[in-house]
Design a protein. Sequence first.
Length: 302
Amino acid sequence: MDSKITVCPLCPKDEQHVVKHGFFKRKTGHKFQIRRYLCKSCKLTFSAQTGSLTYRERKPHLTQFVMRGMMEGMSQRSCARLLGCRRATIAKKICRLGSRAALHLQSRRPPDIASGRENTIIFDEMETFEHTKCKPISIAIAVTSTTREILSVDATTMAASGRLAKIARKRYGKRHDHRRHSMRKVLSEVARLCPTVKTLKSDKCTRYPVMVRDIFRGKATHTTYKGRRGCVVGQGELKRGARDPLFPLNHTCAMFRDRIKRLARKTWCTTKKIVNLQHLLNLYAWWHNNLVKKTPRPFHMD
């Protein structure tokens, strides 16, 4: 739904005087009459659509349906066929939704975390690819241990390894590895949102201990666990055997792969641009957090 704006976007709050200034009509959407306003201080006219999620969109009534479809495992083409629009329309709406979700995630403060006294955070990386398996992508993610709330998620490039390394260098040249920078970004966000964290859990990746020491400076204990083979269910993210100490993170990663079509283990959908993948990751992080916190109307974004 469109948010109502009754303050001038230019003038300071204590220097503006806003009055109603009629309506304007639009051809599509749930509301055909949109309220307009006039600021007598700067003579600027604006409307209730100004600054909203669907500002200047030609098909604002499809935005919420696109978000729900993409978050339930649909591809862009199937979503376009279902709604009767072009795939480019879906792609543009995903970019706008992802940008708005990123603003929601960045505006959080420590009291906004579901478990305000969260003492245990789990972090790790999962992999996907961009256009081809010769261009792998690393996704750094951190979640709370009790509620599985996503604190931060970031996608970045990494170099191909194994049998594809030589082929990737021959076809696409040297690919930069930015995994350290991405994980530092995620851990910095963890330190901002959870200043009272006492324990950090991860696998035995050799890059992690140095980052934890630099960012948390001895205020948190870093506990590592040996990685295990994946089981059949859970997109290969859930682990075989007895109790998994990293289960909240692995379960969240399995939900990422199940809900975002291009992250599924076996799929025809692939990421063409890493920026667009980041939009989807931000959108799902917002969707997931509202789901685990059981907020009213969790699947509606303004």
